[in-house]
Design a protein around this ligand. Structure first.
Ligand SMILES: Nc1ncnc2c1ncn2[C@@H]1O[C@H](COP(=O)(O)OP(=O)(O)O)[C@@H](O)[C@H]1O
Ligand SMILES: CC(C)(COP(=O)(O)O)[C@@H](O)C(=O)NCCC(=O)O
Ligand SMILES: [K+]
Length: 255
């Protein structure tokens, strides 16, 4: 009863094959593909995989990329299924004004985070930070209510925006330092501090709102770059979105 989870972001498609569609299932294989290489998956990474019995995915990169992914999925006899954020699912209540307009990747990660909080035995709020093309900072209270979240440009987008909008900012990658004394370091540190500051501020706001210190979970391709900058205890969970998809699929199959 193998299960394939897919997360199509604006930079890369991430996939993971699990032994079954249930939380805690064994991870059998995983990988990532930049958009340009999605069309080769059936002939490369996916070719030798055991055929999944089902799949569930989240896709925020647009219909074209999703359809190209579905073509690769024709390798197997499975129906492609993509989540649409609901008003509530798997113990999470969606506080978005229009629940379905929330990014599907954010919804899956929130469900994954809620699973982790519940597994700890003592419910507490969580702050879910995804560091990909964009960065999202999403707050969920101890009862599983998604309160709302921020969307910021990721490291790459910030640098590109500064480069495009100015004449004098075209410099090699710098280091993150407290008081930069050259343009490269000033740019790199500016982006990192903006993101770290947003995370710390939302963590504080969530403490003020709920009276409890939130579990800080970070995920995404550039989480390792941001996490050490944040002056708070954190956990990096590369599989957070997949954990949400596992819970959702288990729930769907049980209905
Ligand atoms: N080896 C890597 N491959 C791809 N992206 C990486 C890598 N290391 C760091 N990154 C960063 O991670 C971001 C992509 O992360 P990812 O979670 O795949 O984004 P998305 O979900 O938006 O596609 C890139 O913008 C880049 O800044
Ligand atoms: C915020 C995002 C662009 C993040 O995308 P990513 O960085 O993972 O590629 C994506 O979740 C999205 O398109 N969301 C829809 C708008 C919203 O969540 O309000
Ligand atoms: K993502």
């Amino acid at each position: 009863m193998t299960f394939l989870a897919i997360d199509i972001g604006n930079t890369r498609l991430k996939w993971a094959l699990y032994a079954g569609p249930r939380p805690g299932a064994r991870l059998l294989a995983h990988g990532a593909a930049f958009h340009e290489t999605i069309d080769t998956l059936a002939d490369t990474d996916w070719k030798a995989l055991p055929a999944p019995a089902s799949m569930l995915g989240c896709a925020v990169a647009g219909d074209v990329v999703r359809r190209r992914t579905e073509q690769q999925l024709e390798l197997w006899d499975i129906d492609p299924r993509w989540i649409v954020p609901a008003a509530h699912e798997c113990g999470v209540v969606n506080g978005y004004e229009h629940p379905s307009r929330l990014g599907a990747d954010r919804w899956a990660a929130l469900v994954g985070a809620r699973q982790r909080v519940l597994a700890e035995g003592r419910p507490r709020p969580a702050l879910v930070v995804m560091v990909g093309t964009a960065v999202t900072v999403d707050a969920i209270d101890a009862d599983g209510h998604f309160l709302g979240g921020l969307i910021l440009p990721g490291f790459g987008l910030m640098l590109r925006a500064l480069e495009m909008g100015t004449a004098g900012l075209k410099v090699p990658t710098g280091e993150v330092v407290d008081f930069p004394t050259n343009t490269s370091d000033a740019l790199m540190s500016g982006g990192a501090v903006a993101l770290a500051g947003a995370v710390e501020r939302q963590h504080r706001r969530l403490l003020q709102r709920t009276g409890a210190s939130a579990l800080l979970l970070m995920t995404g391709g550039a989480a390792v770059k941001l996490a050490p900058m944040v002056d708070l205890p954190f956990e990096i969970v590369d599989t957070l979105i997949f954990e949400g998809l596992l819970a959702m699929q288990a729930h769907r199959l049980a209905l």
